[in-house]
Design a protein around this ligand. Structure first.
Ligand code: HEC
Length: 112
């Protein structure tokens, strides 16, 4: 009885900490999206004539690798963004690597 209670409690704790990590990731992704370049990615991407990131991810034309590549290299009117992302206060505070920061941003944009 005691032992099985411990296992259940352990499983609940693991589930809760997984949810906390996912929430933190989404929150950091949102802060990057809203604050990059001082005005956020949305100043350009929430305008219909520019690429619709969430829709493109859902349509399968913008995978994680392409997303990262564009953030690193820029493209046309799209500024290089990786340095700006790494300067974001939430990213610095969480000591995220570039990998984790891009993961968080991609996850936020996917679900936005
Ligand atoms: C100054 C306006 C501007 C800002 C700010 C901006 N973008 Fe862009 N972005 C563009 C434009 C314009 C394109 C299209 C470039 C092209 O295809 O020539 C683009 C393209 C992209 C693409 C490729 C989309 C696709 O489906 O091919 C991604 C990914 C992207 N931007 C992500 C971001 C993210 C994330 C941010 C915030 C960190 C951001 N952009 C900030 C203007 C902007």
């Amino acid at each position: 009885m005691r032992k099985s209670f411990g296992i259940v409690a352990g499983a609940v704790l693991i589930a809760l900490s997984g949810a906390a990590v996912a929430d933190e990731q989404l929150e950091i992704g949102q802060k990057i999206y809203e604050r990059a370049f001082g005005r956020g990615c949305g100043t350009c991407h929430d305008i219909a004539s520019n690429p619709q990131l969430t829709a493109n991810i859902k349509a399968g034309t913008l995978d994680r690798a392409k997303f990262e590549q564009i953030l690193r290299d820029g493209k046309g009117g799209m500024p290089k963004a990786i340095d700006e992302i790494m300067k974001n206060k939430a990213v610095v505070k969480a000591s995220y690597t570039e990998e984790l920061a891009v993961d968080a941003l991609y996850k936020y944009v996917s679900e936005k």
